[in-house]
Design a protein around this ligand. Sequence first.
Ligand code: PMV
Length: 320
Amino acid sequence: MRATAIAQPNIALIKYWGKRDLKRNLPAVGSISITLRDLYTEMQVELDERLPADKLTVNGAVDQAMLPRLSACLDLVVGSTRPCASIISRCNFPVAAGLASSASAFAAITVAAAHAAGKSLGVAALANLAGRSSGSAARSLYGGFVELENRDSEIAVRSICDSEQWPLTVVIAITETGPKAVGSTEAMEISRRTSPFYASWVERQDDDLESARDAIQRRDFEQLAAVAEHNCLKMHSVMWASRPPVVYWNSVTMRCLQAVRKLQGSGVGVFFTIDAGPQVKAICMPEHEQEVRAALSATEGVKDIMVTGLGNAARLVDVS
Ligand code: PMV
């Protein structure tokens, strides 16, 4: 009745932005991500008939904010007539700040809950369940480079390259530590309803997916860099042009982008991506880690730097 799982967050290089089915949480576009190695969320789920209500602690403190979404996820995985649950979460990076904490949280709780309930589900079924709670969480069920294909009635997720086969490094510049102002579900809906660029964003996504897939297969860093930056800036342009506009960046975000451009100008193999938050993720060849870390640390306003390689799939660590 008790199980613990660990999942790593993932960062999309070709982004998921927009839902085609809000109720089933189906994405409007496919996406390609990298699963990170050194950031993690651990979730312990204990189903207990004696509990009057679900309870959650995050890093030792009672947390009410995240509980409704996690409870809804347990209903999906275990069933709505399930016993109440005690959920204990540990996470080694800031949550809800655009660092994909929901991806690792929902991937981990889906795996833990399935095992706590004694359900033996395959990874595809787990990915579909995790994706119902947070679209990006489906990708953390796999390691390395991961593609989420957007099929008719469900999603299909697969690893397209192992982390060891192309071991890139990710340097994350934290530009703000508070939670983001607008959640991604709300922001995606604002984009879908009001952005004049939304239709072409959806229409052109397959071109970017194809280019990224090809770059990954051929380990072509420059091609991957070009398409990932293009896709990221296009996603943010969709948001900026919506009404009301959704702008996740701050002035430090912009300075980090300029720092990356400067590195590129001096021949360093690096590119940036930014999600629904102000943090900048710089992806580089491992041999350039020091230069990238130094340039971003020296950028005015950067509060912290995290460095990680690519990691593996969500996994069960304990069941009792
Ligand atoms: O999975 P969600 O609902 O947190 O949305 C993720 C959205 C982005 O991080 C901006 C893009 C992505 O593909 O991860």
